[in-house]
Design a protein around this ligand. Sequence first.
Ligand code: NAP
Length: 257
Amino acid sequence: MTTALITGATAGIGAAFARRLAAQGHNLVLVARDTARLREQATELHDRHGIEAEVLSADLSTDGGIEAVEKRLADVRHPVDLLVNNAGFGNKGRFLEVSMADELTMLKVHCEAVLRLTSAAVAGMRERGRGGVVNVASVAAFVPRGTYGASKSWVVQFTQGAARDLAGSGVRLMALCPGFVRTEFHERAGMGTDNIPGWMWLDADKLVAAALTDLGRGKTVSIPDPRYKALMGLVKVAPRGLLGGVTSRTGRKYGPQ
Ligand SMILES: NC(=O)c1ccc[n+]([C@@H]2O[C@H](COP(=O)([O-])OP(=O)(O)OC[C@H]3O[C@@H](n4cnc5c(N)ncnc54)[C@H](OP(=O)(O)O)[C@@H]3O)[C@@H](O)[C@H]2O)c1
């Protein structure tokens, strides 16, 4: 039986990863800040699927929280075979409207935690000659969208570079780039979603199923939905200046994704 560690496992995309992986028979280590919610989820997944689900409460915006997860990932007696770096959030507002403290917290959770946890996990995976890491980025990585888009762009670049360095080691790394997904994300950030067209919304369970298929196929970047694949194709050829104007306006109206 293999073990998967998922950060941000209590809601949205992380909870969908937990459901899917538990249904496939993987044991889980569930990471988030809300301990009561983690325990409830662990019990439910254990009862439904007969898997072992550990609870690890950690705030990934703190050194102590990151260290606790690094320690679990480095435990050679209980190896982790799949790491899903998914915890994340949005900040409402344009540049200079968001406090410096909130900007830095985003970089800590989206970049520093992802770097440190990937490193902690991959060291053992490389020795064992197998393992996988999914780093949840966003299609916002491909357009100019403030600190959120920049941090997700870092996730994509970091993951692609690490995947190249680890080619042939048996360890797979993939950046997952969703569009808008129905989760708690926008509500937590205080973002309105009324103006987002219905066709743009993705379902977290379908997204995760497609992402795991892409990981199995050895992709290093996954944009799992044909609608967003087509949109990102257009983004590649659109003039940068035009794109910046559009995303600067719509990004703040709709909220980051
Ligand atoms: N929803 C979208 O439209 C969308 C689109 C593209 C990419 N994404 C990305 O997908 C990922 C998951 O987002 P989601 O939409 O599923 O959001 P969500 O429903 O709000 O869930 C976020 C999860 O992250 C955890 N979390 C937040 N801050 C944390 C911290 N400091 N330390 C540890 N855990 C923390 C939360 O649990 P606790 O509060 O208990 O800690 C929760 O389990 C994020 O990286 C996000 O950027 C989302």
